[in-house]
Structures are given as C-alpha cells and as structure tokens.
Design a protein. Structure first.
Length: 193
C-alpha cells in the first residue's frame, strides 16, 4: 500500500470540514488519536458498562463541552485526558474533521490528533472505558473489514458503514466520522472507500 502517513497528512490538509450549525444541539467534541507507528494506528475506546449511554460501544474519546473549556478543541483534549490518559501536551492537532449530529442529538466536532510516541502509556478511566483499541489505518481502509448497517431516521433510510476489528464493530456516529476521514484518505491514495 502507498505511504499511509503521506496520505493521512494530505487528506487532513485537503479536507474542508462540513461545519454544521449546532442549533439547539448541545456541543461536544471528540479526538481521533493517531499513534505514530510504522503506519498510522487510530485509537478508539470501548465504553464501559458503567456509562449512561452507549454501553460497550466503540467510540473516540470525547464528550460534551463544559463552560471551563475555552473551545471545542480543548473539550476534545480534556476528554481524551480524562478517558485515556492522553496528555494534551503529547498531541499535535492536525485538523478538524466534518461535524456530525448524533442520534442522541449532540453536535460533535472531531479533531484529528497525532500522539508524540508509540507505544503510548494509556491510562483508561475505570468508570468510562473498558478497553483501548489501536487499529491500523490499512485495516480500516480494507473493504474486507467493512459491513453495512441499514438505519431509518426521521423517515429517511440510510446505509451506514461498519468497521470490524477483532470482536468489535465500529459503527454509529463513530463509524460515520471515521468514514468521512477514510474517504478523504482514499482520495489521496486513489482508492474508493
């Protein structure tokens, strides 16, 4: 496969995020952490059974904006610190990815961030995180690891892309955010996603 690092950097440089009007949706942000290995590895969390929403689902570290957060980038970094122990000083934010409104009505702003080392000394929140996943970008780009899930929302039928990693399924808002990023990387690589 061509150089995935170059493709990832070119994708985020070329990406023009869809910035949605938050309207009445509470603002939230996620960090899409990238580990600097031989190829990019995307970091996900598996939500614990102790959280209120989306128990056991795969997600990016993130959460709702709080008044002490100067901006949504700060929200993403704070939440990543709280959930995974990623020190904000160890993250170089590469850019913003297209916004997404979740089925639970949060307006999510994703940020792609490169960690300064791998392996990284993650520290998972005992309350919020059951597991931390490190998934190679090549695995996520491979159509053999994709599935399709039908969804109907407000009378409109959608087909959402799922991403499979071992016994986990990455879907929903996380899958939709990931899909947009992977489409951009695919453009840079000259492959359809």
């Amino acid at each position: 496969m061509p150089d995935l690092w170059s493709a990832l950097h070119a994708a985020i440089d070329a990406h023009q995020p869809d910035r949605l009007d938050p309207g009445d949706h509470p603002p939230a942000a996620v960090l899409i952490p990238v580990l600097p290995r031989d190829e990019p590895h995307i970091v996900f969390t598996v939500r614990s059974q102790l959280v209120e929403h989306h128990k056991g689902e795969v997600s990016f570290p993130g959460g709702i904006w709080e008044p002490d957060d100067e901006n949504l980038r700060r929200t993403a970094l704070r939440e990543a610190w709280e959930e995974t122990g990623i020190d904000p000083n160890h993250v170089r934010v590469l850019g913003e990815v297209s916004h997404f409104v979740t089925i639970s009505n949060f307006h999510v702003t994703p940020f792609l961030g490169l960690l300064d080392r791998a392996p990284y000394p993650f520290r998972a929140s005992e309350v919020e995180v059951a597991e931390i996943l490190e998934v190679p970008l090549s695995h996520l780009l491979d159509p053999a690891n994709h599935g399709v899930r039908p969804l109907e929302r407000d009378g409109v039928r959608y087909e959402l892309r799922d991403y499979l990693w071992r016994e986990h399924v990455i879907w929903g808002a996380t899958g939709a955010i990931l899909r947009r990023l992977l489409e951009e990387v695919g453009v840079q690589l000259g492959i359809a996603h």
